[in-house]
Design a protein around this ligand. Sequence first.
Ligand code: ATP
Length: 953
Amino acid sequence: MTTTLPRPSRPSIAPPTGPLPSLPVPKSRSSNISPASRTSSASLLPSPASATRAVSSSALPQRPIPKTHSNSTSNVPTLSANDSPAGPLPPGKTLRKTISIGAFPQPPKHVGRTASHPPSPLSASSTPSSDTLDQRLSSGSKTTPSRTGSVRKTVPRASAGGRGLLAKSPLTPPSLLNGSGESVSVVNTGHLSLPSPPQSRNSSAQGSYATSATTFEDIGEDESRGRSDSKNTADRSSVHKDGKGNVLVSVRIRPEVGTGDSKQELDWDINGKRSLVSYKGREGGDYYYDNVFDTQDNNARVYDAAAKRLVRRVMEGYHGTVFAYGMTGTGKTFSMQGTATNPGVIPLAITDIFSYIRETPHREFLLRVSYLEIYNEKIHDLLAGPVATGLNGQPAAQEEIKLREDSKRGVYATPLKEEIVQSPTQLLRVIARGDNARRVAGTQFNVRSSRSHAVVQIVVESRERVPGGVASLKESKRSAMVPGGVRVSTLSLIDLAGSEKAADNKERRTEGSHINKSLLTLGTVIARLSSDKDKSGSDKDKASKDKHLPYRDSKLTRLLQPALSGNSLVSILCTIQIGSSGSIAAAHSHTGETLNTLKFASRAKNNIVSHAKKVDESLGSGADAGSRALLDRYRMEIQELRKQLEEQNRAKESKEESKEDEKEREKDEEEEKVRELEDKQRHEEQMLEMQLARTALKERIEHLNRLILSSKSLGVNNRSFSSMSLQNRGSLLSNSGEFRPISARSSGSHATLDVPGHPSLPMEGSEEGDSLGENGDGTASQAAQIQSLQADLADKNRYISTLEKRLLQARRSSHSRVSMTLSHKMAGSSEDGGLVATIAEKDAEILNLRAQLEDKEKMIAALTSAGKKRENAHEVGSDGSPGSRRTSHQRSESSSGSLRVKGSPINSVGLLPQKSERDLADVTRMLDEMISGRVDNANGARQSSLRPVTEDR
Ligand SMILES: Nc1ncnc2c1ncn2[C@@H]1O[C@H](COP(=O)(O)OP(=O)(O)OP(=O)(O)O)[C@@H](O)[C@H]1O
């Protein structure tokens, strides 16, 4: 099984808690109310129609007084023995002397019925006990020797009669199904509030349904338990053979209203225990039926004996039909619907249906209900709701409901609304709604006479549940297998309109003629069933027989065709009224009608042959969608929906996956952005660092340039002095012309960057105490200068290497992090170009600095060698030449003199030997060239290197 269909509310053991259907006001409708005005029928206030009826009812005595119809031109079907299509019956002869009994319920032996203690509607079944049956069967006589249990002896008339009429009086409690909102009382009675008939109504295995598991194929067995005499054994065999056991006929006598102690009543003998009705008057005789209910029997007993078993069979898969037949006002509606305190066949069947469902956990059920009426030979849907009003204020034309026939469904009305119901309360509400819409009117004989035949159809679909619990249910769902087919059976509960004499009112007369005509057709069909039954043995014959039967003469017989022709289990409840509380004429009329009803019942019992079989379980597949059981269609729909759900789930999952992907992508993008931001920040930091480094470098270069320029300017202006300048490098010439050795380092101090390890330099213009040297001849000063220059050089070297390192770092990080990351995005951008250019500049700067460094190293080397040579020369001079020790003044003079005489500076001084002088001159020249050349280069480079930086800024 692939699906689990909605189950009727299982915990219905508890009383229904919801509000019960709003019940209609009695007499709220009349036949002169058009279908369009049906809506008003639900009103709780008396309607004009009810007022009309009130008048008509008040015009009548408390109980309708039948008129004398001796010379009436009535069109009532008078199915007397003489004019019966079945042929005349001999006077005084019963139509049926032996009966087919107990086809439906088998009475529990312990349950008996006593006249003084009418059974409670909730008590166990009170069908006649087997003793009674035995007694009845053993009598076998036309006359009834014993009057035990007869109406005369046992009926407390006043109370019974009072109950009868009051039920339909506007002041009396309304009918259970069409009363006026007696929901509380309904609940209080317990009939509907305890939807657990197994306990309350003894439908359990211990009760009257001890054989509930049997089917109608078991009927022979059931019957054999209820009969013992040979006569009935013979009858039983015939019953079993021809299927008459599937037809149950019961007669119910309505209690009298008023005193009712008329002579007519004395002519009747009602023996419920023997299921016998005896009439001693003209055309009298004994009439045996399956059940005879006397005036004390309540609806529960009627249901238990006449319908309960049939209802159970329907639940097991048989079609079943229960209908009430009888003269107007005899209690058909009372028996079918009942009252709040005395629920009838319909509500009791509903309770039993749900009890059965509760007791059958291995099957699942689906119930749908429809409710129609045949009024003036037209079918109306009682569940269709109010008829819409057209533009002209007239009721809109409704599609006519027609009867159709197919092999699967038999005869059915279409289009007809079907409602799926899931609880007894819901089903009762639906039926109450239909009752509200049904046409009723006050007549001479019944203040609330049904003017139509009403048909409630409950379709029961059921199928086996999946055995093995949830696991196998899942398994079968997966394989889309259905464990069993769907069984569809129908329970038809029919309240016929009563046959009646011609009414004064024209409308009533029209209605009456239609009612009577259809009832006459019904009688005719049933009578002909009897005449044809011997001729038709086979199915083929049956079909040809059906053709000759006038089913189509009326809508009622057409609708009942499947039941009457044997496809259904049938239970007929005939209602009669034997007394007369009116005039003698009325009593006569009653007697005639009662006898007609009794004859109809006997013919039905004798003639209707039912071969009802359990319906086949259809697997649903193959059949067209329309004819498929709803349970099947639901299963397929559920499968389809489940498939859709799975697809939706899959789509949702993939959507969620892609959503997650997108989220991840977004996350990645965010991370990328953060990374880029960090890179950018780092880049900016590096740029700042580089700029700082560049500034420092620039200043350092300026400083160095200043130093170099001062040396150069000295060397360039006076070549001879340049040699001195080598000695006094870094010294400044005082205004007075005296040499005042000043540390060259001091001039650059202001520009010195705070380079780690760089010695702090003295302020510009400060003097060094030992600037003249310890000898005062400049030798020491030169050495000091050399030292100072060396220290300076070391500083520069360190600084340059620091700068180099930082530049290298900057370049690396720029290349790796910034340029690499951004190059693909910002390829060709001006910033990138600028960066590359900056790096190139830095490289050039480094190269320049390196070159300067080299120069300086060379200078130092030259100075060092010059210093050494001078020392040597000095040593030579001091060996023998006086005046070798000169004042600084003299030296300066000679120097200046040598400077002045370009090309022979040393000669002019004449202090150094020739070779040494030449060497020194070479060195000096070389230094001059180097300095001038390098400084020019450095200046050019500086300017070029500074330019972009300035531009950058
Ligand atoms: N067994 C009964 N016990 C008490 N009252 C009864 C019984 N049978 C019928 N009555 C009362 O008799 C009146 C007529 O009954 P009901 O309307 O059921 O007759 P009917 O056969 O349906 O008539 P119609 O064919 O005109 O519709 C109602 O007031 C009903 O309460």
